[in-house]
Design a protein around this ligand. Structure first.
Ligand SMILES: Cc1ncc(COP(=O)(O)O)c(C=O)c1O
Length: 383
């Protein structure tokens, strides 16, 4: 596993690390390369955590997670989908990353294949490497609303395919997979005995159309796994709270996996997470509106820069900027932009070759900082 994990260093992340090093040296860098919300976790959630620690909620927790939190998730999913979920359908893990990793670990054996639409979230490949899995990719149509061609995806399936991993709303493009696509895919994969894992961590930050959960769209849930968490929706990246929704048989396996790898998550964090899910709707809505305003601001600035264009994100906290009129590589553009103007962005290549014409801007900044970043980008393209 060490050999698989410690591959050659990644140019794409190097830009971010260089930007961090320059910031640490006191240079004036605008860090647009990371998806960590600039909002602080809402105060009531923090107060709940502190009071639960004082109440002695500092002991081991069951491997599947605290009942109060799993009940809160079950209630939300029941209300959101019209289906009945119980706490037994959910396992709590330390973040969506652990939840996806645990799902893949329980579904697949080393040497198996996983089909993933590309561009894909930058975090998936390291998980596959760690687990000894191979990715087969299928390109989203960037000229058609990031449409997923289900037939093209199914053509990638072979005897070694154990799972398909999708992400909606998507990172980096903020695209939303339509309900029909999700339903069609789930059904076709059920017929083929393949699991469908759907990462929905941006589900609460949609702007132009509602997110439809795979838990609602799929006709049968026998092969369906949905991952979600609080990192983005509640500005809680450092708290490490995520979960898996899956059929009871897989939930039992993931619980056993979690018991062996983590021996449970913190009680007080889960208590505060349950509070967040039950009581913190207004804060989530405020943050959603802020991201929407920031997206609209950045797009309006880009509308006035003829050398640049974009694919309009419908959700999430990123804008993919098309730099193909300036450079034939997002990586080269990003390196030059950082060197010349001190703005760090993630090159599209990090999400797959299909996105090499793009760089990703993060909207995790107040508008005055976004204004500064856009001024610098404007100066850079003007030469
Ligand atoms: C699509 C996607 N999935 C998962 C994660 C990781 O979430 P967590 O912090 O809950 O592990 C991220 C973080 O950027 C993401 O963008």
């Amino acid at each position: 596993m060490c050999k698989r994990l410690l591959g050659p260093s990644d140019d794409v992340w190097q830009i971010h690390y260089d930007a961090l090093a320059r910031t640490a040296r006191g240079e004036d860098i605008v860090l647009m390369s990371v998806g960590d919300p600039d909002f602080d976790t809402p105060e009531e959630i923090i107060e709940t955590l502190v009071s639960r620690i004082r109440q002695g909620r500092t002991h081991y927790s069951p491997a599947e997670g605290e009942l109060e939190l799993r009940q809160a998730i079950a209630d939300l999913e029941t209300n959101g989908t019209g289906r009945t979920f119980t706490p037994d359908n959910f396992v709590v893990l330390p973040g969506a990353t652990a939840a996806i990793y645990a799902s893949l670990a329980c579904i697949c054996n080393p040497g198996d294949e996983v089909v993933i639409p590309e561009p894909m979230y930058i975090g998936y490949r390291p998980m596959l490497s760690a687990l000894g899995l191979t990715a087969r990719t299928v390109a989203l149509d960037l000229n058609d609303d990031c449409a997923l061609d289900v037939e093209a995806l199914l053509a990638q399936i072979n005897a070694r395919t154990r799972a398909v991993l999708i992400n909606t709303p998507g990172n980096p493009f903020g695209n939303i997979l339509p309900r029909e696509t999700l339903a069609q895919l789930a059904e076709a994969l059920l017929e083929r005995g393949v699991w469908l894992i759907c990462d929905e961590v941006y589900s609460l930050f949609t702007f132009d159309e509602p997110h439809v959960s795979l838990l609602k769209a799929a006709t049968e849930l026998d092969n369906v796994v949905v991952v979600d968490g609080l990192s983005k929706s509640h500005a809680m990246t450092g708290w490490r709270v995520g979960w898996v929704a899956s059929p009871a048989s897989l939930t039992r396996a993931i619980t056993a996996y979690s018991g062996s790898a983590f021996f449970g998550c913190s009680q007080f964090i889960q208590d505060a997470a349950a509070f967040a899910l039950v009581h913190n709707g207004p804060h989530v809505e405020e943050m959603r509106q802020a991201y929407q305003r920031r997206r609209d601001y950045v797009l309006q600035r880009l509308d006035n820069i003829p050398q640049l264009s974009y694919v309009r994100p419908k959700a999430g906290m990123f804008v993919m900027m098309d730099v193909s009129r300036m450079s034939n590589s997002g990586l080269v553009f990003a390196q030059d932009l950082l060197a010349a103007q001190g703005v760090s962005v993630i090159p599209g290549e990090g999400f797959g070759e299909v996105a090499r014409d793009f760089v990703r801007l993060s909207l995790t900044h107040k508008t005055n900082m976004l204004a500064q970043a856009m001024d610098r980008i404007e100066r850079f393209v003007a030469g």
